[in-house]
Ligand binder design. Structure first.
Ligand SMILES: [Zn+2]
Ligand SMILES: [Zn+2]
Length: 164
């Protein structure tokens, strides 16, 4: 995922499109090779300084927080990154050399920064019975308790309060 910026003049920009796969640490996702689509522009800001702005779409396989089943999740985010040939006093920049910008680390970092706080396979995932551990999406268990997760019920009351 390399952008060649040779020949770009100051304030000139070039369109960038990538349809590739990236690798994300296994503890985040269930698929090790993630299909991504990047569309954006690279612009020369000054000598050895380039700005990339664009959109990222990534097709992830996440594990449901409630029932642990892997499910497909499409993530969309934006990127706004600065690439420099030498480390100046600026923070949050990416280094590159030889007119070749490797975009992949910046893409992976944008994906990780916009991961969902809570991953749930579907709005009505029932999760596990908190008594016997059965996956309640596969049918009810015979535990003589309400199948409502007490924690969830508690959260619901909290939200109800907030709406007032
Ligand atoms: Zn689930
Ligand atoms: Zn049960």
């Amino acid at each position: 995922m390399v952008i060649d910026v040779s020949g770009l003049e100051k304030s000139e920009s070039r369109e960038v499109v990538f349809d590739e796969t990236v690798n994300i640490p296994k503890n985040y996702v269930d698929n090790s090779s993630i299909p991504v689509k990047i569309t954006g522009t690279i612009e020369k800001d000054g000598d050895g300084k380039f700005c990339f702005t664009g959109n990222v779409e990534a097709w992830l396989v996440l594990k449901c927080d409630l029932c642990l089943k892997p499910f497909d999740y499409k993530l969309s985010t934006t990127m706004n990154e600065i690439f420099c040939t030498n480390e100046d006093e600026q923070k949050d920049i990416w280094l590159f050399s030889d007119n070749k910008i490797e975009l992949e680390p910046a893409v992976v970092s944008s994906i990780l920064l916009s991961f969902p706080m809570r991953a749930v396979c579907s709005d009505d995932c029932k999760g596990f019975c908190h008594v016997c551990g059965k996956n309640l999406n596969e049918g009810l268990c015979s535990c003589n308790v309400s199948n409502n997760n007490p924690l969830f019920e508690e959260l619901k009351t909290l939200f109800d309060d907030k709406e007032v």
